[in-house]
Design a protein around this ligand. Structure first.
Ligand SMILES: [Zn+2]
Length: 142
């Protein structure tokens, strides 16, 4: 079985075999590793690309630079992303820069982490969590 994933480096859609784990997986376009999965710095159009094309859950952290709990959670979010290569795709969106998107998704308090699957939001949490809690939450949707 093959799945579509979005390259975090060049945003090209790649079709790859679905596996339990991957030794190596490189983008057909930019040749960068699809396993290097630091959260993508997103915006409205990048989020739309991922939600429309990725067959993995898309995990989106809405945050802002002035928000203490957001900054506290940031390394945990990154750690969870790196721990789950090609299980889910992680993105961070600065809610101050993307206020229209924030209001579209009814972001009332941050950090807010949303999971999109099959083109729509299926769940969210608000408030800082640690990497173990984030991973456990994401695994429900993998
Ligand atoms: Zn690429």
């Amino acid at each position: 079985m093959n799945i579509n994933v979005v390259c975090p480096h060049c945003l090209k859609v790649n079709r790859i075999p679905k596996k339990e784990s991957y030794a190596k997986a490189n983008c057909g376009e930019c040749k960068e590793s699809l396993l290097e999965c630091k959260p993508v710095v997103g915006n409205a159009s990048i989020l739309a690309t991922f939600v429309a094309n990725s067959q993995l859950p898309v995990i989106v952290d809405f945050w802002a630079p002035w928000c203490g709990p957001c900054l506290q959670m940031a390394p945990h979010f990154e750690k969870a992303a790196i721990a789950m290569p090609l299980k889910a795709q992680f993105m961070k969106i600065n809610n101050d820069d993307e206020q229209t998107l924030g209001s579209t998704h009814q972001i009332a308090s941050i950090p807010a982490v949303l999971v999109f699957k099959d083109g729509k939001e299926v769940d969210r949490f608000t408030g800082a969590r640690n990497s173990e809690q984030i991973e456990a939450w994401v695994k429900q949707y993998v």
